[in-house]
Design a protein around this ligand. Structure first.
Ligand code: SF4
Ligand code: SF4
Length: 299
């Protein structure tokens, strides 16, 4: 467990801690950059249909990053965006990555029609490594979810997830707790009840605290000045629990420490994975959320 007393006892004026990469266990790929078919109000990298700040990755860029990471002994891969299923070569990307290790694809579920659900379920059944799909849903009613993800998305997301389930693939649901009550046990139970009503009887749920950057900063407010990590706040266990001690994020614009910081000034580490093996400075406000909330983007 993280000792939060370490956080409040320390002088908030000290320098930010540095963190070494222990071993590259997890490789993230921002396959569709910041381009998304939704424009959720809590999106910490402000994705949307017109945001090409990070463009789509090319198939060969994905292949290079996956093969390099495999040579480094990576244990798992994650695809995210934006919306990964907007990429015209997403199926080739999934297939080539699954030659090298387990893969999870993070999606908003809206583009999952019957044909795609069937293809994904077939990949799940036949691939050598584990294959997971993670669907984001931010409420148990249209009012709750659509206030964050946009009009009519509740039904579209659930329909996509149900198609996956009916095809034989049990998706993980990711819930960002913009509505605080969803983090409580009664809120969680509402998700179980909703999914059971929809025929998903063994749901897998992951709850994540929001990061107060990107569009979420405008929706929910910015970080306070004291919400910063300082040297001495992290013991060894806390350091190892941060996902950036074992992951890197590859985008079309270079390599970053994690999926959260791709739009943060000064976070870019270099052009290639080899350039990004050094220590990082935990001097971004979002690092505070990772520490205090124990957030990891991994499943
Ligand atoms: S939170 Fe996900 S689905 Fe929503 S805009 Fe951002 S990338 Fe797209
Ligand atoms: S935001 Fe979180 S995962 Fe990213 S570098 Fe900071 S502590 Fe690590």
């Amino acid at each position: 467990m993280i000792d939060l007393n370490l956080a409040i006892d320390r002088n908030p004026e000290g320098p930010a801690p540095q963190l070494e990469l222990g071993h590259l266990d997890t490789l993230w790929l921002q396959v569709t950059g910041t381009v998304c078919n939704l424009a959720c109000l809590h999106c910490f990298i402000s994705c949307g249909p017109k945001n090409e700040s990070h463009p789509f990755m090319e198939l060969e860029e994905v292949r290079r990053a996956v093969e390099t990471a495999a040579e480094m002994g990576v244990k798992e891969f994650y695809f995210t965006g934006g919306e990964p299923f907007m990429h015209p070569q997403i199926r080739e990307m999934i297939a080539l990555t699954l030659e090298h290790g387990p893969l999870s694809v993070l999606t908003n579920g809206v583009l999952i029609d019957e044909e795609l659900a069937g293809w994904l379920a077939e990949v799940f059944r036949t691939s050598r490594y584990n294959f997971d799909v993670r669907v984001s849903l931010d409420g148990t009613t249209p009012e709750e979810n659509d206030a964050i993800r946009g009009r009519h998305t509740f039904e579209k997301i659930l329909s996509g997830a149900q198609r996956l389930h009916q095809a034989g693939l049990n998706p993980v649901f990711t819930v960002t707790t913009c509505h605080a009550e969803l983090a409580e046990s009664a809120g969680r139970q509402r998700f179980f009840d909703l999914l059971a009503e929809r025929g998903i009887t063994r749901p897998r749920l992951k709850f994540l605290a929001p990061f107060k950057i990107g569009r979420e900063e405008r929706r929910g407010g910015a970080y306070e000045d004291f919400e910063r990590l300082r040297e001495g706040m992290l013991d060894e266990e806390a350091r190892q629990s941060l996902q950036c001690s074992s992951c890197r994020m590859v985008t079309a614009k270079g390599v970053y420490p994690c999926p959260i910081l791709i739009e943060e000034e000064g976070a870019r580490m270099g052009d290639t994975l080899e350039d990004a093996m050094g220590p990082i400075k935990l001097d971004h406000p979002a690092c505070y959320t990772c520490f205090v909330e124990g957030v990891t983007c991994r499943t």
